[in-house]
Design a protein around this ligand. Structure first.
Ligand code: GLP
Length: 274
């Protein structure tokens, strides 16, 4: 695991988008794992800019989202399908047939989960998986005590997750569907590369547990410590409770692969700077 600490959300999102940009240019048929949530909105806005201004080409890539609420049809204003259309897919040259999310209104949800796994396998697996982290420590919707070997399945959401996500449902946690389909922790760990992005002081405690705490199903993001190619990209606020900040900064300064991104440590760095 590598931990990269940048001044604020702008830089954290920009580095994430630049990594996607670099991987997509190197391998246009990249299989991307997508996440939702407020943090990712900024990443997707930067990717849209890179598509419009720099010709970043999505026409050969395929995407698989982590999760979808059960009971929300694709065109529901709060579905993750709708989120992805509005934040990214409608604004770039991606083939709609190559974008995948679990179907939250499938009549046979167990079959839907199995076929989602099969689709990922058929695509050759996920090359680059983007992740956020919930207040409960979840990745995808893998709530506490999710098996670390779990696969795509139905999952009940914790009250804290429904509270956290209530903002998109008029502030009313009761409106947040109580269940979702999510890739499992085991599914996520099979991605060739994982990038977890977290910003803001509300994430500081759970980020410290995920990065420096024990690997535990109580904080499913901690399973990323097992992943051989995982970067955790944070702003200063989300990094506030980490013990090893000085060491992580030293690595970022000294690892050759990060040299081209050093300028992102300047608070004013913008998406157009390379
Ligand atoms: C939802 C998603 C998670 C995501 C989380 C973070 O719960 N299912 O995959 O990590 O939101 O959300 P935010 O970025 O809004 O804090």
């Amino acid at each position: 695991m590598e931990v990269i600490i940048l001044p604020n959300l702008d830089q954290a999102a920009l580095l994430t988008a630049r990594i996607v940009d670099k991987e997509l240019r190197a391998r246009p048929e990249l299989v991307l794992g997508m996440a939702t949530g407020r943090t990712m909105e900024r990443v997707y806005a930067d990717l849209v800019e890179m598509h419009c201004q720099e010709g970043l080409n999505f026409s050969h890539c395929r995407t698989f989202n982590l999760d979808e609420y059960i009971g929300l049809p694709a065109d529901h204003p709060n579905s993750y399908r709708r989120y992805m259309q509005e934040k990214l897919f409608d604004h770039v040259n991606i083939d709609p047939a190559c974008t995948h999310l679990p179907n939250g209104v499938a009549t046979n949800l167990a079959w839907e989960c199995r076929s989602y796994e099969a689709l990922i396998q058929a695509a050759g697996g996920i090359d680059l998986q983007l992740l956020g982290i919930g207040a409960s420590g979840h990745i995808g919707f893998n709530e506490p005590i999710s098996a670390l070997a779990s696969r795509t399945r139905e999952k009940a959401l914790t009250p804290s997750t429904r509270e956290q996500n209530a903002g998109m449902f008029g502030g009313d946690a009761e409106q947040v569907p109580p269940r979702a389909i999510t890739m499992g922790v085991g599914t996520i760990l099979e991605a060739k590369r994982c990038i977890l992005v977290a910003t803001g002081s509300a994430k500081a405690d759970i980020v410290a547990k995920a990065v420096e705490g024990p690997i535990t199903s109580m904080v499913t993001a901690s399973a990323l410590q097992l992943h051989p190619n995982c970067q955790v990209i944070l702003d200063e606020d989300a990094a506030a409770e980490l013990q090893g900040k000085g060491y992580y900064r030293w690595i970022f300064h000294n690892e050759l692969e990060w040299q081209e991104f050093q300028h992102l440590q300047a608070p004013g760095a913008r998406w157009a700077e390379r």
